[in-house]
Design a binder for this molecule. Sequence first.
Ligand code: ZN
Length: 400
Amino acid sequence: MPTIAQIAAQVRHLITEVQAEEVDEARRTPDAPRIVDVREQNEWDAGHIPGAELIPLGTVAQVAAERLPKKDERIVLHCAAGVRSAVATYQLQQLGYTNVSSMAGGFSAWRELGLPIEAPLTGAQLERYSRHLLIPEVGIGGQQTLLRSKVLMVGAGGLGSPAAYYLAAAGVGTLGIVDSDVVDATNLQRQILHSSERIGEPKVESAKRTLEALNPDVRIVGYRERLEASNIDRIIADYDVIVDGADNFPTRYLLNDASVKWRKPVVHGSIYRFEGQVTVFKPFEGPCYRCLFHEPPPPELAPSCAEAGVLGVLPGVIGTIQANEAIKLLLGIGEPLIGRYLLFDALDATFREVKLRRDPKCPVCGENPTITEYIDYEGFCASPADWRAQHEPSVATPAD
Ligand code: ZN
């Protein structure tokens, strides 16, 4: 079988060739030709002529009628060096196209002349995200979506650190981090986001340094403040997805109420001793946190402020599952944990899942909401995991 180059040599005298400069001039005129790139997707992804369209050589004959319906339209075909486009031009001529030509020297000639090139990702990005690009569900389009996406991390501690680390590595373009704490000596997760041993440095500063060094595509926006009724609208308005690594009730309830108001999905995670939980609260598509627990516990019943014990690797497991859920939500792929409460038992090494349903009587997302303004709960600092442990039966009983 003859090679493409041999076929091109045979048909070259039967077709018209145009120079890259002519094509560049013509594309700026009102009757610009259609520029069709007959290279492969990966070549296109690495850079192409602005305004061109991709029809790989192998598909030209099949899709011509649909993609190029006007046979007298002026069409310029190009490939990398002018070989494949010579063949494609001949093919179209045989199909009855009357005004087709092939760009001599192809994209190489175009590039050498310094003519404009459009690239969805830079060379460094193609390399950095090469493993994502190989997955059809992500690909160039998905990676561009991630680079445009904004995720807010509430808390830069145990759950927030691994989640932020993987989201940054995945190329989520903007990561907001809310944390009012400073790096302390007892924080195990210091090793992920706060490894520079600068005890006393604000966590958001240390996270910013680590994550921007990890991936220069990522912009870190630090909020060294505690989420409150007065600032939450300003902070969350801009984000697509919120990852909740909060370690206290006031923040968790406030975040829930604001996320319902703004219809922002929250990837919720919590940890307690050897058990971790993850779910996605997507307003009005699944339950919210208040559908499960209408009110925080009264201060007199709240457990002490002492930190609950947690197995060191558990936040890593749960935080990375949260990052995974966030990426799925951003890309619109897979089955997110909406209405599904995923429980991981580190001792048994088992996952189980509990179905969660919306509560029509929910005070924020129910039929007759009774909470219509933000509430700054005060007076206790118990972690949600502590409280959840005390209320275990209300959550762990399968609803179906
Ligand atoms: Zn609700």
